[in-house]
Design a protein around this ligand. Sequence first.
Ligand SMILES: [Zn+2]
Length: 186
Amino acid sequence: MPEINTIGELLHWSYANLAMAHAAVTAKAEKYGRTHFMIRARLYAGLNKQTMNIGSIVDDERLKMILPQACCYCGSRDHLSADHLISKKNGGADTGDNLVWACRSCNSSKYAHDVLEWFAKENQFPPLLMLRRYLKLAIEISHARNLMDVPISMAPELPFALSAIPTQFPQPAELRLWVVDVEVGA
Ligand SMILES: [Zn+2]
């Protein structure tokens, strides 16, 4: 793991790990290999140097059509309502990127928790596509507030849970793309 000092480095490192994990999971790899580590290293360097950027909105729009209408925490299809991935109360946006489905029971057990903190409390690693949206939103917020170069130790209060951003990812066999099975093309 590289030395991580700033909010931007932390978010980029997590996003680069996510890309590595996503590539490995969609290739049905059991463990990370050389190609996967190269994806991570290249993306991390590229994001920090701003020669690369995070995935396009078009890609996410396409995913939204593929992702089934199910609670993003437990996969239930009953009593769904729209929920904010980054809590509106904490300053999350009211845009489509920030909206997910949640069932009534998860909505009430989660209430004020941040979604990453909620998954950590449940001892689960968040589904990759959810984490991807979360990181994209966190990166957008940090850019908009000029926080990417701010040291982590000097981070102001944020709408997302900086301390819950994962920097180490489990092996691909232990990861899932979404709470229910989805087929996502390359
Ligand atoms: Zn649920």
